[in-house]
Design a protein around this ligand. Structure first.
Ligand code: ADP
Ligand code: MG
Length: 247
């Protein structure tokens, strides 16, 4: 447990450092981009390829930095009672019209699930990241993603960073039939920059963990070949509302 705690502390300072770096790196980057754009107008035709390259590559860094900056954002987000099924539907539609065209989706929803107190945009980001990872893990042929929701009666989970166990009755899970999560990264899976992909950022799951934590929820995973599942447990809006009002 000690090891886990100090590990969490280390992850936190890595996040803080990444956020600071992200912030500091943006000004010089926009300087570089602006200069390259000016150069583009005065250089000879065959050198324009190079100035274009500078612009495109700076844009790539800026996009990466924008994602890192999300971690720095300490402003409280607006929350409302959200129907998680409408979030799942939205995410499935984005996936099936884009990166997951070739994948079969199976939906197992508990229609009586009560709403969660959350931020719709952030919950979309959580599920989109999980579905994207699932799609990237799926085999080329016969890829399948199972989206499910369930009400967990009486399940109490420990929330990271506190001794208290709270009732997190809303279970949302994303399952795929890929090869599974490599053993050697499982312990650090939610840390930033952990990736096994050639063009991966390793920021997806770190962002997911941050948002789930900000929602007072817990994320867990189980992984064996042909069955990897990420389970997000969230408080229901009715409970959170009572907490807020009682405070
Ligand atoms: P990225 O997708 O950019 O690599 P993530 O934080 O989203 O970053 O994921 C980190 C790593 O976790 C991935 O590179 C992959 O190795 C592993 N991973 C995440 N989800 C899955 C999954 N569903 N199946 C197998 N491996 C996964
Ligand atoms: Mg990812």
């Amino acid at each position: 447990i000690d090891n886990q705690l100090s590990h969490r502390g280390a992850a936190r300072s890595v996040i803080a450092m990444a956020a600071m770096l992200a912030h500091e790196v943006k000004n010089p980057l926009s300087g570089i981009r602006g200069a390259a754009q000016l150069l583009e107008e005065s250089v000879v035709e065959e050198d324009r390829l190079l100035t274009r390259l500078i612009c495109d590559e700076t844009d790539r860094i800026v996009a990466l930095v924008d994602r890192m900056e999300v971690f720095a954002d300490r402003r409280p987000v607006q929350k409302a009672a959200i129907n998680i099924h409408s979030v799942l539907e939205h995410v499935r539609r984005i996936a099936q019209n884009g990166f997951a065209r070739h994948i079969r989706f199976v939906e197992r929803y508990d229609p009586s699930l009560p709403p969660v107190l959350g931020n719709r945009d952030q919950l979309i980001q959580v599920l989109l990241n999980l579905v994207k990872n699932a799609a990237e893990a799926c085999p080329e042929q016969g890829g399948e993603i199972v989206l499910s929701t369930a009400y967990q009666h009486g399940v109490r989970l420990a929330v990271a960073g506190s001794d208290s166990r709270v009732h997190l009755p809303l279970l949302v899970s994303v399952q795929d039939n890929g090869d599974g999560i490599p053993e050697d990264i499982q312990a650090n899976l939610f840390d930033p920059f952990v990736t096994t992909k050639l063009n991966g950022t390793g920021l997806g799951l770190a962002l997911v963990a941050k948002i789930v934590g900000d929602h007072g929820g817990v994320i867990e995973f189980e992984s064996v070949p042909r069955r990897t599942v990420f389970k997000v447990s969230l408080p229901m809006a009715a409970d959170s509302g009572a907490l807020v009002e009682g405070a």
